[in-house]
Design a protein around this ligand. Structure first.
Ligand code: 8ID
Ligand code: ZN
Length: 385
């Protein structure tokens, strides 16, 4: 049962944030090119919303530009649930090959690489991010906006991802992970951390200003609270339920608004922040929550849209937007520099948040909990369980 296998490591490492290292990681981190098996365990599906099969599949071969990474740990992002359900109007790998391995928060060890790879060694720690690779020569890539590349290859979406023991990643985009960090705790940084770090930078806030994190108790939200705190911001968290409130406050939220109990969320947020937060990071999967953020943001403030509820729209009242002079912007993961910076915040011990470790085979149960909004923080899968 899932509940028996959860080992919540939340907030136990305050004094020595990266000292904890699972035993399993220490012993399994020794794979070398000579010992790569032909097959491996993976979670694979062949139709959207169809069976998530835990089974043996071939270990992929790296292309000339790719690393082969022995994945130890993979976070489970709500995007993986969207990919499995197929609820975005963007084709997944199912359209081309008929199967998909999800996952894009994979942390592991480099065990092999293609002949064109430079600057990586066997045994390095590497991360699989949402942006697996991009063309590197279009206008967007040239300007450091690789996630906007028309040819972006996406882990767990157009490229088999990290819900398997061995996964490939373009060596240029793969994240460099320092050797002294816990691979289970760093895994969620590879999407959730990078994304919220970039979103906070996009909001352009100054230390001492208020930021609202809408969806503060979830995977991205928990990390957003910690990054915001590390940046010297004052945080009001918005989410539902006592457990999420407790977690958000423990992570650094100065105030919390429970959307399940509060009749007028915008009024409550404005009241707490003395006229509205200077910035809003929308990481909920709720169109309504995003719409509300346009009401409560402070004059001259910035609303950042990050969460991706299917088919959602927000409507901006032109007069309000002009007279309040509000910025409404989208933010989509981050580039290589954002990734390195977000990992660096973590490696310096500034970021800690609740993770729950489960086995790879338990993914279907995790998706059920995620759909119901029951997860506080992030699930991280042990690919060897
Ligand atoms: O680059 C990007 N833009 C990017 C990157 C990664 C993820 C976008 N995402 C998207 C995901 O695809 C997903 O749509 O961000 C969204 C959130 O991902 P997540 O943090 O992995 O999901 P979660 O752990 O399920 O957390 C969502 C939280 O939102 C709360 C839930 O209670 C949960 O804690 N929430 C909901 I649903 N309705 C809310 C509301 N009305 C709400 N919180 C406040 N008000
Ligand atoms: Zn993600």
């Amino acid at each position: 049962m899932l509940s028996n296998s959860i080992r919540s490591m939340a907030l136990k490492r305050a004094a020595a944030p990266n000292a904890y290292r699972p035993l399993a990681q220490r012993f399994r981190g020794l794979a070398t090119a000579g010992k790569i098996p032909d097959t491996q365990k993976a979670i694979i599906f062949t139709e959207h919303g169809g069976p998530l099969e835990y089974k043996d599949i071939p270990v992929p071969k790296p292309k000339p530009n790719e690393l082969l990474i022995n994945v130890k740990a993979s976070g489970v992002c709500h995007t993986d649930l969207h990919a499995w359900l197929g609820d975005w109007p963007l084709d997944t790998k199912l359209a081309t090959t008929g199967s998909l391995v999800g996952g894009h928060e994979g942390a592991g060890v480099v065990v092999d690489m293609g002949e064109n790879v430079k600057g990586w060694e066997i045994g390095d720690y590497a991360g699989i991010k949402w942006l697996n690779g991009s063309c590197l020569s279009c206008e967007y890539c040239e300007n450091g906006n690789e996630s906007n590349c028309d040819h972006a290859d996406l882990s767990g979406y157009t490229h088999d991802g990290s819900f398997q023991q061995y996964a490939t990643a373009d060596a240029v985009q793969a994240a460099r992970i320092p050797k002294d960090v816990d691979l289970f705790k760093v895994a969620p940084i590879l999407c959730a951390g990078i994304t919220v770090y970039k979103a906070l930078k996009t909001a352009g806030l100054k230390p001492g200003q208020w930021v609202a994190i809408s969806g503060a108790g979830g995977g991205l939200g928990s990390l957003a609270v910690q990054y915001a705190k590390a940046m010297g911001l004052r945080v009001v968290g918005i989410d539902g339920g006592a457990e999420k409130e407790q977690a958000a406050r423990k992570l650094g939220a100065e105030a919390f608004v429970d959307f399940t109990k509060t009749k007028d969320v915008p009024a409550a947020v404005k009241d707490i922040t003395g006229g509205g937060p200077h910035g809003v990071i929308n990481v909920s999967v709720s169109e309504q929550a995003m719409q509300q953020s346009l009401d409560y943001v402070r004059k001259k403030g910035t609303v950042v849209l990050v969460g991706l509820p299917p088919n959602a729209k927000v409507t901006a009242n032109v007069l309000d937007t002009v007279v309040k002079s509000v910025d409404i912007v989208g933010s989509y993961v981050g580039n290589r520099a954002d990734s390195a910076e977000a990992i660096d915040f973590f490696a310096r011990g500034l970021i800690d948040y609740p993770i729950h470790i489960a086995g790879l085979s338990e993914l279907p149960e995790i998706y059920k909990k995620m759909e119901k909004g029951e997860i506080v923080g992030r699930y991280v899968l042990d690919t060897y369980k």
